[in-house]
Design a protein around this ligand. Structure first.
Ligand code: HEC
Ligand code: HEC
Length: 309
């Protein structure tokens, strides 16, 4: 008899379990930094390295001078905790994992060095360095409540449908002037902090910006990132750009010059390249220009119909 009691109390209070749809709607929330204990110095250092990378590793860095001066946080917002702000919620749960770009199994350390080399135009750091151990400790702490092999809601970037047409650099330039140039400047070079070794507004193109080998150099990633996060302060719940504006501005910014980095081992299986990977060779007949700016639906259709051919 005793055993039924909790059930009766449960029903009496009208408590119901969440449906899976309800669970799906609320994005992941990072653990509270207030829960860090005094001895969690590595986690704290890892978080600082994400938020203020340039102070440690930038051109005037205290530890090494190996990067272009950007912070990881410029693209992984709020130290990698922002829903659809390219957050790190899935890192500890999904690595090591197989990645088509390298055609190999990648550790967290390899993935960190990817962004260091491609997004920050830098050199890789030793996997036993204090900096790498701190970054890994931070990712493990961030993901401590995420079950293995799952990607929480709000991880990565917000979905955005392809346009039917090619993205338009001329329309994009007009929008850029109105919506982006006040912070990132007309020349795209951002604004450096006068006293600290980092940017107030990071650069969008040119030598100090991310390289042509970076994930953000793919137009879909750029459009998805700005759609949910820019102008600064935007959240995915209240985007300030239409989908068209996001694609067109992305086309304009990505048509500007930046440092070229080429990793010849990338995409060993060319048919697995994302359709907006802007460099050939491809397993399809479409031009490099169409892979860079679209229209993408015909390329998508080509691959969808491939198995039938
Ligand atoms: C210019 C923007 C940019 C900067 C700066 C940047 N990243 Fe990234 N990072 C990205 C993008 C975009 C992705 C996702 C790419 C993809 O999936 O194709 C990513 C992915 C990652 C991932 C994998 C996330 C996952 O869930 O699979 C890790 C880890 C990571 N970055 C670490 C870092 C670290 C550490 C730094 C600083 C040293 C950094 N990034 C700086 C743009 C950036
Ligand atoms: C009010 C100022 C402001 C405006 C306006 C603004 N941004 Fe940003 N943007 C920022 C700041 C600050 C960051 C870095 C965020 C951080 O480190 O927390 C950033 C980061 C970025 C990044 C990733 C880092 C990089 O340098 O590549 C991109 C891409 C970007 N913004 C694009 C845009 C675009 C496109 C627009 C116009 C639609 C825009 N931003 C409007 C302030 C702004």
């Amino acid at each position: 008899m005793k055993r039924f009691l909790p059930m009766v109390v449960f029903a009496g209070l009208g408590l119901t379990a969440c449906t899976s749809a309800e669970k799906r709607e609320s994005p992941w929330v990072a653990p509270d930094t207030a829960s860090l204990s005094f001895s969690d110095t590595l986690v704290r250092y890892g978080r600082n390295l994400i938020a203020h990378t340039a102070r440690y590793l930038g051109p005037d860095g205290q530890v090494m001078q190996i990067t272009n001066g950007m912070n990881c946080q410029n693209c992984h917002l709020q130290a990698g905790t922002q829903p659809f702000g390219n957050n790190f919620s899935a890192v500890s749960a999904t690595y090591p994992r197989f990645r088509e770009r390298s055609g190999s199994w990648e550790s967290i350390e390899k993935r960190v060095n990817d962004c260091l080399q491609r997004s920050l135009g830098g050199s890789p750091i030793d996997s036993l360095s204090t900096e790498m151990r701190a970054l890994v400790a931070y990712f493990c702490w961030l993901g401590k409540n995420v079950p293995t092999k799952t990607r929480p809601v709000g991880s990565g970037l917000h979905p955005l449908a392809y346009l039917k047409r090619a993205a338009d650099t001329v329309k994009g330039q007009k929008q850029y002037v109105v919506k982006c140039s006040s912070c990132h400047q007309m020349n795209g070079q951002g604004v450096r902090h006068p006293a600290k070794a980092e940017f107030i507004y990071p650069p969008l193109w040119g030598d100090s910006s991310f390289t042509t080998a970076a994930g953000l150099y793919r137009i879909s990633n750029f459009a998805r990132y700005i759609y949910a996060n820019m102008p600064q302060g935007t959240t995915y719940q209240k985007p300030q750009l239409s989908a068209e504006e996001a694609w067109d501005i992305a086309a304009y910014v990505l048509s500007k010059p930046r440092r070229n980095r080429n990793f010849p081992g990338d995409w060993p299986a060319i048919s697995t390249k994302p359709i907006d990977h802007p460099f050939g060779p491809y397993a399809d007949p479409f031009s490099e220009n169409q892979h860079k700016f679209g229209p993408f639906p015909p390329i998508e259709a080509f691959y969808r119909e491939l198995p039938a051919k």
